[in-house]
Design a protein around this ligand. Structure first.
Ligand code: GLY
Ligand code: MN
Ligand code: MN
Length: 409
């Protein structure tokens, strides 16, 4: 499969959109984690990944200075110095050269040592600094750009700090054609995992066998591996919302709630799929499981039916909750109806109703621990002006379709 990628032209257009919204202010976007190893578990802040495509430069900074008199320096990238000894342990890094400029679409790439001087010059001219990172809670450390700007304001008088945190939230929440194509691919790869599980799971297996099966399918079909810790809960564990131990035997008669999705894109980054299916371990729902399953499915379909641009999560929630409350199970739906999906599984959420191009999850559930019945159904939904498109439609979810596929085992 040819994996879709975001082009440097699209990255350049994203930066241009932010520059316009800055209205002359200077902004700094942080990759974060300066002490992380360059290879391995590092993931940049998604704002940085969104604007640069770079996922392997801990500590890097992107400076946006729309008022610079030198057009080449309106976008500047600052990278940590190279350290040959660290690279021998952690992985080799690219030099700053023409290839890097072409790949990123950024001309002005420097090492971090020159960042303070560039920033000082830019702020003395613009006297305005714009926060793009999401603001922290007052119980957390301040967001990295605000922390830096507070320092700058103590050194350059008459400088204002303005709130532009909505700019990247709005941009990231409206997916481009190529982002939609990547997330559709991530969903399609995730579908191969659900297919493999439904064709093979049996009582007597362990939850970990199901996890291995689904995640193996991601890797052999071009995915980057799970986008988040897969949930595979059988029996009572199907009712534990954040169950990730995935280490218990699966009994005959158990339901298995599987919440998993692959990540797809560049090696350390990329976009997430987030799908849940609940299946009977022995291939046949009991009458009671069937009764609850049909309520959850009706609730999910009710929310999907009203999904379109202009609708809010509150309205989607009411549509699903209305079905579940009418059936008498309102106390057993304890979580929200869904969330945005993108570079993050729980992607950034802008203010206001959904816009065309948003990709969200819809994921109602009913959880009855006393009966060992936990049922959640989750699909990934593209919002359009006229309605929505279910990107995960192909993954079986009606009782008939699940039982038919499982009968092939
Ligand atoms: N897998 C996390 C969620 O569904 O929100
Ligand atoms: Mn999920
Ligand atoms: Mn979800």
């Amino acid at each position: 499969m040819t994996i879709q990628a975001i082009t440097s032209e699209e990255m350049t257009a994203r930066r241009a959109a932010v520059m316009t919204a800055l209205d002359g202010s200077v902004a700094v976007v942080f990759a974060s984690d300066p002490s992380a190893a360059h290879a391995g578990g590092f993931r940049p802040h998604p704002h940085f990944e969104y604007l640069t495509g770079i996922v392997d430069e801990p500590g890097a900074l992107l400076v946006l200075d729309p008022g610079s008199l030198d057009p080449r320096r309106r976008v500047m990238l600052f990278l940590q110095p190279r350290n040959p000894e660290a690279e021998h342990w952690d992985g080799y890094r690219d030099p700053i050269n023409a290839a890097m400029r072409t790949a990123t679409g950024i001309d002005a790439i420097y090492r971090l040592g020159s960042f303070p001087t560039f920033l000082n010059q830019a702020v003395r001219r613009s006297k305005s600094l714009a926060c793009l990172h999401p603001f922290a809670l007052h119980t957390q450390p301040p967001s990295p750009d605000l922390a830096l700007f507070n320092e700058v304001c103590q050194r350059i008088c008459g400088t204002q700090i303005v709130d532009r945190a909505e700019v990247l939230a709005n941009l990231r929440a409206t997916k481009s054609e190529s982002e939609i194509a990547i997330i559709q691919q991530a969903v399609d790869i995730t579908a191969t995992g659900y297919d493999a599980v439904m064709r093979s799971v049996k009582p007597g297996m362990n939850e970990s066998d199901v996890q291995t099966c689904i995640e193996h399918a991601y890797l052999i079909n071009g995915g980057q591996g799970p986008a988040y810790d897969s949930i595979v809960g059988a029996g009572i564990n199907s009712t534990v919302l954040h169950y990730i131990a995935n280490n218990q035997p699966i009994a005959d008669g158990d339901l298995i709630c599987i919440d998993s999705g692959t990540r797809l894109g560049s090696c350390n980054g990329g976009y997430a799929a987030d799908i849940t299916r609940t299946i009977p371990a022995n291939g046949k729902f009991t009458d009671r499981q069937r009764e609850i399953y049909e309520i959850v499915l009706e609730a999910e379909l009710a929310a999907i039916a009203i999904a379109r641009a202009g609708v809010t999560f509150t309205e989607l929630n009411q549509a699903a909750r209305g079905v579940i409350e009418k059936a008498g199970y309102g106390d057993y739906l304890v979580h929200g109806i869904g969330h945005h999906l993108g570079l993050e599984v729980h992607d950034i959420t802008p203010e206001g109703p959904l816009k065309a191009g948003a990709i969200i999850t819809i994921e109602p559930g009913i959880y009855l621990p006393d009966e060992k019945i936990g049922i959640r159904i989750e699909d990934d939904i593209l919002i359009t002006d006229s309605g929505s498109k279910n990107l995960s439609e192909a993954i079986p979810k009606s009782i008939d379709d699940i039982e038919r596929l499982m009968a092939d085992r």
